[in-house]
Design a binder for this molecule. Structure first.
Ligand code: UTP
Length: 288
């Protein structure tokens, strides 16, 4: 079994839930305190052993490429001004991993975006996939938790989190069969069910390990509008009696693609940030 060393990060979506902020800038570049959301995700992947990051980008996403590139002029200015801490923070970014970029010519779905990167993946290689929204703050990086499951079972793994029952109607919910602590085999996916129809309160969050078989199923999952969704490829896997595992990841999840989740992440990360944590705590206490 090949070790998982590559991650695909599809970032070609429009980010409509954050308009107008995302009219002229990628939603992935919105900062949580002083770091863009996408950097949290890349750092999560790198801390999980990933060495190559493949971004699937689209129109208006150039800022992501610039962020992970070296910035010669900025670095020179920081050297001249003796700002060594900032210089280290800036330099570190481009050295995090090897970065590649592919374009998705049209936003034809998250699965279509993943397929745009297929030629950069070896035919028998499994890869991590991280969507742009979910930051999971925990002791072990979420992708590492999924890789550990993959290394045991060598089948696709999906990150799961629980949500309160009254919120299931906003998410893709799974029908799980428990096989171990936090580990499930997935029997069914139910998209945005009514509370009374939901098979569980476990939702799929945007982190996955996908195998070559999932790439094949993606190719078969094209709908009549030319769109391809990753969730449909998983449905086809289940129809073919192929196992898909779900792992309830440890850590606190922030849905940064949602306005409230984004503000919550900002507050929590702010409360950990050495420069502002004490003043932020005081400020929050002062609120009635
Ligand atoms: P989302 O469903 O969150 O869509 O995509 P979005 O465009 O990012 O955000 P909203 O819902 O409009 O506010 C899940 C992931 O798949 C990527 C997105 O960039 C995100 O990381 N994606 C989606 C693509 O790369 N291409 C697509 O055609 C669709």
């Amino acid at each position: 079994m090949k070790k998982i060393k590559k991650a695909i990060l599809p970032v070609a979506g429009f980010g409509t839930r954050f308009l107008p902020a995302t009219k002229a800038q990628p939603k992935e570049m919105l900062p949580i305190v002083d770091k863009p959301v996408i950097q949290y995700l890349v750092e999560e992947a790198v801390a999980s052993g990933i060495e190559e990051i493949i971004f699937v980008t689209g129109r208006g996403k150039r800022a992501i490429e610039d962020h992970f590139d070296t910035s010669y002029e900025l670095e020179r200015t920081l050297v001249e001004k003796d700002k060594h801490d900032l210089l280290d923070a800036v330099r570190k970014i481009s050295g995090l991993a090897r970065f590649s970029y592919v374009r998705q010519p049209e936003p034809l779905g998250d699965g279509h975006a993943i397929l745009c990167a297929r030629h950069l993946v070896h035919p028998d290689e499994s890869v991590a996939v991280l969507f742009g929204d979910d930051i999971i703050d925990g002791k072990t990086p979420a992708i590492k938790q999924l890789i550990d499951v993959y290394e045991k079972y060598t089948d696709p793994v999906i990150a799961l989190c629980t949500v309160p029952e009254e919120e299931v109607h906003r998410f893709g919910v799974v029908d799980p069969v428990k096989i171990d602590e936090r580990l499930f085999e997935i029997r069914k996916f139910v998209e945005k069910p009514k509370t009374e129809d939901a098979p569980s309160n476990l939702i799929a969050v945007g982190k996955y390990i996908i195998t070559p078989e999932v790439f094949d199923k993606l190719e078969e999952s094209i709908n009549d509008k030319g769109e391809i969704r990753l969730a449909n490829a998983f449905v086809r896997m289940i129809e073919c009696d192929r196992p898909i595992y779900g792992y309830q990841v440890e850590g606190t999840r922030y849905d940064c693609g949602d306005k409230l989740g984004f503000v919550q992440a900002t507050i929590q990360m702010g409360l950990k940030h050495p420069e502002i944590k004490d003043r932020l705590k005081q400020y929050l206490k002062s609120l009635k």
